[in-house]
Design a protein around this ligand. Structure first.
Ligand code: HEC
Ligand code: HEC
Ligand code: HEC
Ligand code: HEC
Ligand code: HEC
Ligand code: HEC
Ligand code: HEC
Ligand code: HEC
Ligand code: HEC
Length: 415
């Protein structure tokens, strides 16, 4: 019975969907561009096949909406007199796409922004294209495709988040292609090696920046910043706040102010360690401060303070683990583990606070961390002593019991 119903419902669905599918096909067939190009081959057919998959096809954007022409005629479809534009020239593409994408009324239905063209015109790409007719820069279709255009949420899209780094690097990592400009071509390589890149590739972490989060997708600079070098504080706001209190953030004259990227790099941003204070890398303190100068020596001291307090936490944690292995359990041990975790949290916050370079404050904080770990380690020795006493007590009891058993046995034998 249930089965019969199922077939009835299925059959009615087929009846219902049948005509509408046919209708859609008919509508499409009415478009002579699509019809004729479907029967061609090479680039002519490829255009139709790609467009069939696109968001544009779904939204009813047809060939003639971009190329002009008369989609009701076979013979005059591609006549100039019918408004046919042909294959658009590279410098005309942004305005062509903007015809719809900058039209707020048209885009509201789809909840899409309409600022791409105005941002694009201000970007290095847009400036070079429009002012110098440079054919090598990216236009809309280089980043979105011309016919197979998808939503940015679709994994097939070149601007689907994890795909963006490849889309930009298609040009920017190509040494021959970028030869004329004299700019580095190692951004992709650097990004892959960075902590940001690692989190994107290994965890698809949505919080880390890809190329377009720092450079903007369409504009020259990302939202909320005057220049790209300032973008870091947009996400690392706590660190940036600390940095703003340091002598480094003071205006030191043109080009002298060390910014985030002077100490961390812009693409190859590695996970920083205290080695930065005394290391000889190109972004370490000595790259600007002579190893005998007071600023360098202050940094070296800071690094040492951080290293020592971290080592103390590490040692404390090792002792807690050992204590667990040796049979210590219960409230006391979890409390000690918690207080060492608390010290570690404070330590991490202190590494962020190093950006202030405020030595008295930092000394106070590392002092506090040392105090917590010291106290924990003293308590741990206390517990050890107690455990040792218990072990001795236990051993004495066992010896006594064994002696008793032996004596009783002797007695039994004698009886
Ligand atoms: C009767 C067949 C036919 C129809 C209808 C037709 N095309 Fe074409 N189209 C062709 C052929 C064949 C070519 C390749 C040779 C050429 O460029 O003329 C072509 C080429 C093109 C090109 C590439 C031009 C270039 O410079 O590379 C575009 C763009 C194009 N068609 C768009 C359209 C649009 C838009 C319509 C509908 C308004 C349309 N076509 C209707 C057959 C057709
Ligand atoms: C959203 C706008 C848009 C739509 C819709 C669109 N095109 Fe295009 N088409 C372009 C642009 C832009 C180019 C030039 C791409 C470039 O320079 O890389 C192009 C290029 C072409 C070319 C030349 C390809 C080549 O490799 O030389 C053909 C042929 C073509 N389109 C046909 C079509 C047909 C047929 C349709 C409908 C099925 C269609 N287009 C729909 C924007 C569009
Ligand atoms: C350099 C590469 C690049 C160029 C050039 C480019 N885009 Fe984009 N576009 C992106 C990226 C990356 C995203 C996705 C991230 C985002 O939402 O900003 C995007 C997103 C979009 C979106 C979706 C926006 C939304 O609200 O979801 C539209 C529409 C769009 N672009 C249209 C255009 C148009 C029109 C042009 C030409 C004027 C253009 N793009 C030029 C890279 C580019
Ligand atoms: C005739 C109007 C029209 C033209 C011209 C046009 N588009 Fe669109 N485009 C649309 C509409 C409508 C949508 C919304 C489709 C949807 O969201 O379902 C859209 C969606 C998009 C999206 C997907 C946005 C997202 O993330 O959801 C991108 C990317 C895009 N268009 C790029 C382009 C590019 C590049 C060009 C020029 C080659 C172009 N469009 C030309 C009307 C147009
Ligand atoms: C079609 C090739 C192409 C694609 C794709 C492309 N670019 Fe470009 N880009 C160029 C060219 C060419 C220049 C001009 C170089 C110059 O003027 O120094 C440029 C310039 C730039 C500049 C300015 C460099 C400078 O001189 O300081 C930045 C930043 C940039 N692109 C970022 C991006 C990002 C981010 C993406 C991806 C969202 C991207 N590009 C995609 C070709 C491309
Ligand atoms: C964490 C932010 C960030 C990310 C992610 C990022 N960039 Fe950059 N990029 C910068 C900064 C900052 C500069 C230097 C600007 C300055 O010196 O004023 C820069 C410079 C550039 C330049 C100019 C040439 C150069 O190397 O100095 C290009 C081109 C560029 N980036 C492309 C890319 C590409 C492609 C990607 C993705 C693979 C990318 N960037 C990812 C922040 C970033
Ligand atoms: C779009 C947001 C965003 C931007 C922009 C950004 N970052 Fe990050 N960054 C992150 C996230 C998220 C992490 C990973 C945090 C974590 O889980 O440890 C991270 C990690 C780091 C780390 C590793 C240390 C740590 O705390 O994890 C450094 C160093 C770093 N970023 C520096 C920079 C610098 C320098 C810039 C500017 C050139 C920058 N970031 C731009 C989001 C961002
Ligand atoms: C990109 C260059 C650059 C780098 C890298 C750099 N500094 Fe500086 N630093 C400066 C400049 C410029 C000043 C201000 C002029 C001065 O007093 O020498 C300064 C000032 C200081 C001061 C304040 C000196 C005073 O008299 O007020 C301290 C402390 C300092 N730096 C420590 C460090 C430490 C620690 C590092 C590494 C973590 C570091 N700097 C990395 C350029 C740099
Ligand atoms: C003078 C050099 C210098 C400057 C300028 C600088 N940093 Fe740092 N940064 C360091 C050093 C050194 C460490 C390592 C501290 C440690 O782990 O011992 C570090 C650690 C970090 C960390 C990991 C610890 C934390 O804060 O969470 C992040 C993230 C970070 N920096 C981001 C930034 C950002 C964003 C800026 C700009 C607002 C910036 N840095 C400016 C030298 C610098």
């Amino acid at each position: 019975m249930v089965k019969a119903y199922f077939y009835i419902v299925l059959f009615s669905l087929m009846l219902l969907s049948g005509p509408s599918l046919a209708q859609a096909e008919e509508e499409e067939m009415e478009n002579t561009c699509v019809e004729c190009h479907s029967d061609l081959d090479g680039a002519q057919k490829e255009a139709v096949d790609s467009w069939q998959l696109s968001v544009h096809k779904k939204a009813g954007v047809f060939c003639n909406d971009c190329h002009g022409g008369d989609p009701t005629s076979y013979d005059e479809a591609m006549e100039e007199s019918a408004g046919f534009l042909g294959k658009p020239k590279k410098e005309d593409i942004p305005a062509l796409c903007a015809k719809c994408h900058s039209d707020a009324k048209r885009m509201r239905v789809y909840n899409l922004r309409t600022d791409q063209h105005s941002f694009y015109k201000e970007s290095v790409h847009g400036q070079r294209l429009l002012k110098e007719k440079d054919p090598k820069v990216a236009t809309c279709v280089d980043c979105h495709g011309n016919h197979a255009v998808f939503s940015k949420k679709d994994p097939r899209s070149p601007v689907y988040r994890p795909n963006i780094i490849k889309t930009c690097s298609k040009c920017h990592s190509d040494k021959n292609y970028m030869e004329d400009y004299g700019i580095p071509t190692n951004q992709y390589e650097g990004y892959l090696a960075s902590y940001h890149g690692k989190l994107l590739l290994e965890k698809n972490d949505p919080r880390v920046p890809t190329c377009s989060d720092c450079h903007g997708s369409h504009g020259a600079t990302p939202p909320g910043t005057k220049e790209v070098a300032e973008v870091c504080g947009y996400c690392h706001s706590v660190t940036a706040e600390f940095y703003s209190k340091s002598p480094h953030s003071r205006e030191l004259g043109e080009g002298k102010k060390p910014r985030c990227i002077d100490c961390h790099g812009n693409h190859r941003i590695l996970f920083p360690t205290t080695a930065k204070f005394t290391g000889t890398g190109e972004n370490d303190c000595q790259s600007c401060h002579n190893p005998n100068s007071p600023p360098y020596l202050l940094g070296a001291k800071l690094g040492q303070m951080l290293n020592e307090s971290e080592a103390a936490i590490h040692e404390g944690r090792k002792q807690v683990e050992e204590l667990r292995r040796k049979g210590g359990t219960g409230f006391e041990i979890s409390r000690l583990a918690d207080s060492l975790d608390d010290a570690k949290t404070k330590w991490i916050k202190t590494t962020a606070m190093t950006h202030t370079l405020n030595m008295p404050e930092l000394e106070k904080r590392t002092g506090k961390i040392t105090q917590i770990t010291q106290k924990a380690r003293e308590e741990i020795s206390g517990i050890y002593n107690e455990l040792n006493i218990r072990y001795v007590g236990l051993a004495v009891t066992w010896v006594f019991l064994l002696l008793l058993i032996w004596a009783l046995n002797e007695k039994r034998k004698a009886l």
